[in-house]
Structures are given as structure tokens and as C-alpha cells.
Design a binder for this molecule. Structure first.
Ligand SMILES: C=CC1=C(C)c2cc3[nH]c(cc4nc(cc5[nH]c(cc1n2)c(C)c5CCC(=O)O)C(CCC(=O)O)=C4C)c(C)c3C=C
Ligand code: FES
Ligand SMILES: [Fe+2]
Length: 408
């Protein structure tokens, strides 16, 4: 891309990102990720010696047939949607009623969520790179652990035990921490470890957030610059940048969830990198149900700005690193498509961008270099948290860095 080439000149501090962003370096695959690569004969294993890198994310249905199960798991998750003592009945009921609508949305974006494809690629390429830039903890074996879709966290943990893994890094793929996303995945990991690994054969550490990592900031900034380059020169600097993140219910915000502040930190860092070249706002999308959610809403903001005569708007998904229903359906089809304004566009998601892969490898390297210590921030509960699951999860991950493993 011409814009990308021109813009690389800007950031001398990020030479290493540039140097490693050529496809040649990233396409070199030394070891084969057993969790998800092709045929059983491909499945090399020496995970028992090195370090498992476990990408945590929510996942998405691969086909429209999987939407029902996906929603059912999602509505049964007390850390995401607490429905009280009747959750066991209400969860499946709500998900059954919601399934046709969401199936339609997935059918409109090609029949399924691309999140598995992207996460597998990101995990594989980041591990290949890590082997080269941090050989002392190699081989780094990629695993994917999704909360609501295949490959489910339970299957991945079982596979890791079967592979003889003794050291693992739980690497959240949500750059900003929320107890409803990363927190939920960690609660699930704690539960599964208790159930399937009572002897603590696997020693875990956690990368729990990375909202302002320079590589993350760089790749967002470049995608914005590439989109801005598609506007006529005279209009470019007036384009309003609308950073859009998945919203949170106000009950979660008021419990003291760190996510809104961390999303804002990412936005600020990206704007700093762009030298505040354009006016911008942080807005919130994908509210579900009748309760109060954090605003301003993305869809309403677009409508109001159009009414105010602002028709050059660039939407930037800032809290999720791969494409998914919120970008491909909600932003592209519902908001941008229906606006019928050629000046309303979206910046590309990070997906397989080599600069992003390099950032992932860099984050893991820094974590391993520092002795694989979990950040103290993970151990601080929300001021209004009353969840025993959170308490036990944090105690579990704290013990992980204090106790020797069964294997050691
Ligand atoms: C950082 C991202 C996300 C946060 C924070 C988040 C919080 C959150 N979500 C719900 C309810 C639903 N989310 C749903 C889908 C969904 N959520 C995210 C991201 C975050 N959610 C994504 C990327 C997706 C789509 C997955 C994909 O297609 O790949 C859904 C299901 C869809 C629907 O029924 O509308 C629900 C429900 C809550 C309640 C919440 C905070 C507490
Ligand atoms: S809800 Fe945030 S720590 Fe429990
Ligand atoms: Fe969500």
C-alpha cells in the first residue's frame, strides 16, 4: 500500500516493527500448532519443553448453525450477563429467542464469524516470531481458548494437559481489561484448572491488558492514516475520527470496571501518535437489552453529526483486534451502509497485519523477559465486586507465581 510505505518514514522509534513486517519473515512457519492445523500427521509436539501461548478471546460462531450454542453459552455466563438465580432457565430461553435475529446477521457477513481464522493466524505467526526474538523460552506453542465458541477453553486445557504442557501464558486478546471479557475468560481458566489440573501441572502467568502498547498504537494509527488518504486532500483534515468500542452496562461501569478508562487510554495514545491531526470522539456500540449502557452510542452519534452537517466520519473499531459481527454487520452494513454517505467509512481491523503480529510477539517477549510475572493490576478487584469467582480466580493466579509446579 502506497500510503503505508509513505507513512513508515514517520516513526523512527518503530524501526523494529518495520523490519519485521515483511511477509517473508512472518510466513516462515517452523513449528505447527497442534490445536488447529490441518491433518493429524502435521501435529508435531514438543510443547512439554517450551512455553504455551494461549490466546484468550470470546470467539464467534463459525457457521449460522453454531449461533444457538454460542448465544446459549454467552447468556449462561454470569460474569458477562448476570441473570440471577433463574439464569439456568432464562439464559437458554433468551438465547433461543435471539438466535434467528443473530443468525440473520451472521448470514449477512458471509455465514459466520472470522474471529477463529484471525486468532489462529495471529497465534501461529506471533509464536513463530517469538521463537526468533526470545529463544530462551522456545518453542512457543500457540493455543486458542475461546469462551463461547470452538475451540472452547475446556477443550484447549484438556489438549494442553495431553500435550504435557508445563508452562503457559494466558494472553488476553482484548487490549483493554474488562471483568466481563478478560475477567470472564480468566474465571473460566481458574475453574477448569481446578477441575482438570488439580495437581497444577501447568504453571500459568497472565498478560491481562496492553491498551497502550506502542505496536498496537502504531497499527491503529497506520490504519487510520490509510483511510484518511482515501479522502480528497481538501477534506482530509476535517474528517471526524469516531473511535468505537463495545459498550458496557452502567451497572458494570459503576462497579468500577477498568475498561472505559483503558479504552480511552488507547484512543489518547493513538491521537498522540497522529499528533491530534483530526477532531475525534470515543463512542460506544452494541448495547443489548433495556438497561442503561455507557454512551454516546455510535449509531446515534453518526445520525446527529449528519444532522449537524458533518458527513466525513471515519469509524475506528478500537477495542477488538479482529473483524467480527460488530464491525462487519453493525458498523459496515447497519451504520455506514444505511447512512448512504460516501464520506462515512471504517478503518480496517487489525486482523493479520504484520505490525500487529509483531506487537503481539513483542508483548509476549516483554512478559517472558520480565520472568513471566502477572501484573499487580490483575489482583485488584473492582471496588464493588462481590463475586467469589473473581476472588478465587485472583488468588489462583497469584499462587501460580508463588508456588513451584508439580513438574518442577
Ligand atoms: C471488548 C469487547 C466487548 C465487550 C466489553 C463486551 C461486553 C459485553 N457484551 C455483552 C453482550 C453480548 N455481546 C455479544 C457479542 C459480541 N461481543 C463482543 C465484544 C465485547 N462484548 C463481540 C466482538 C461480539 C461478537 C462476536 C463475533 O461475532 O465474533 C452478544 C451476542 C450478539 C448479540 O446477541 O447481540 C451479546 C449478547 C454484554 C452484556 C457485555 C458487557 C457486560
Ligand atoms: S467484577 Fe471486577 S473484579 Fe469482580
Ligand atoms: Fe459483547
Amino acid at each position: 500500500m502506497a500510503a503505508r510505505t509513505a507513512l513508515t518514514r514517520r516513526c523512527a522509534a518503530l524501526t523494529s516493527f518495520r523490519a519485521l513486517s515483511s511477509p517473508g519473515i512472518l510466513s516462515h512457519s517452523r513449528h505447527l500448532p497442534r490445536r488447529f492445523l490441518a491433518t493429524p500427521s502435521d501435529q508435531s509436539t514438543d510443547a512439554s519443553n517450551g512455553t504455551a501461548i494461549v490466546m484468550l478471546n470470546m470467539g464467534g460462531p463459525g457457521t449460522t448453525d453454531e449461533v444457538g450454542d454460542f448465544l446459549s453459552r454467552l447468556f449462561m455466563d454470569k460474569d458477562l450477563i448476570p441473570l440471577g438465580p433463574l439464569q439456568k432457565y432464562l439464559g437458554p430461553l433468551i438465547s433461543r429467542r435471539r438466535t434467528p435475529k443473530i443468525q440473520h446477521q451472521y448470514s449477512e457477513i458471509g455465514g459466520g464469524s472470522p474471529i477463529r481464522k484471525w486468532t489462529e493466524l495471529q497465534a501461529r505467526e506471533a509464536c513463530n516470531l517469538l521463537d526468533r526474538i526470545h529463544p530462551s523460552t522456545a518453542p512457543h506453542t500457540p493455543y486458542v481458548a475461546f469462551r463461547y465458541a470452538n475451540p472452547l477453553t475446556e477443550d484447549t486445557v484438556k489438549q494442553m494437559l495431553a500435550d504435557g504442557v508445563s508452562r503457559a501464558v494466558a494472553f488476553t486478546q482484548y487490549p483493554q481489561y474488562s471483568c466481563s471479557t478478560t475477567g470472564s475468560s480468566l474465571n473460566e481458566l481458574w475453574r477448569l484448572s481446578k477441575k482438570f489440573d488439580p495437581e497444577n501441572k501447568i504453571k500459568w502467568s497472565v498478560i491481562d491488558r496492553w491498551p497502550t502498547h506502542p505496536g498496537l498504537v502504531e497499527v491503529f494509527a497506520r490504519h487510520i492514516e490509510e483511510s484518511l488518504a482515501t479522502y480528497p486532500a481538501g477534506e482530509r483534515e476535517k474528517v471526524v475520527l469516531l473511535f468505537s468500542a463495545h459498550s458496557l452496562p452502567m451497572s458494570v461501569v459503576n462497579r468500577g470496571d477498568p475498561y472505559p478508562a483503558e479504552v480511552a487510554a488507547t484512543v489518547w495514545a493513538v491521537m498522540q501518535r497522529l499528533k491530534f491531526s483530526n477532531p475525534y470522539r470515543l463512542v460506544w456500540q452494541s448495547q443489548v437489552g433495556p438497561s442503561a449502557w455507557l454512551g454516546a452510542q455510535t449509531a446515534t452519534t453518526v445520525e446527529e453529526y449528519i444532522k449537524k452537517g458533518l458527513t466525513n466520519l471515519l469509524l475506528i473499531p478500537i477495542a477488538f483486534t479482529s473483524d467480527h459481527i460488530e464491525t462487519l454487520y453493525e458498523l459496515d452494513l447497519e451504520i455506514i451502509g444505511e447512512s448512504k454517505q460516501p464520506g462515512i467509512k471504517r478503518a480496517e481491523s487489525l486482523n493479520g497485519d504484520p505490525i500487529f503480529i509483531r506487537a503481539l510477539a513483542d508483548i509476549a517477549k516483554a512478559h517472558l523477559e520480565g520472568g513471566g510475572r502477572t501484573s499487580p493490576q490483575l489482583f485488584l478487584r473492582c471496588p464493588k465486586c462481590t463475586s467469589e469467582r473473581c476472588r478465587e480466580q485472583k488468588a489462583f493466579f497469584r499462587r501460580q507465581q508463588e508456588e513451584p509446579t508439580a513438574a518442577s
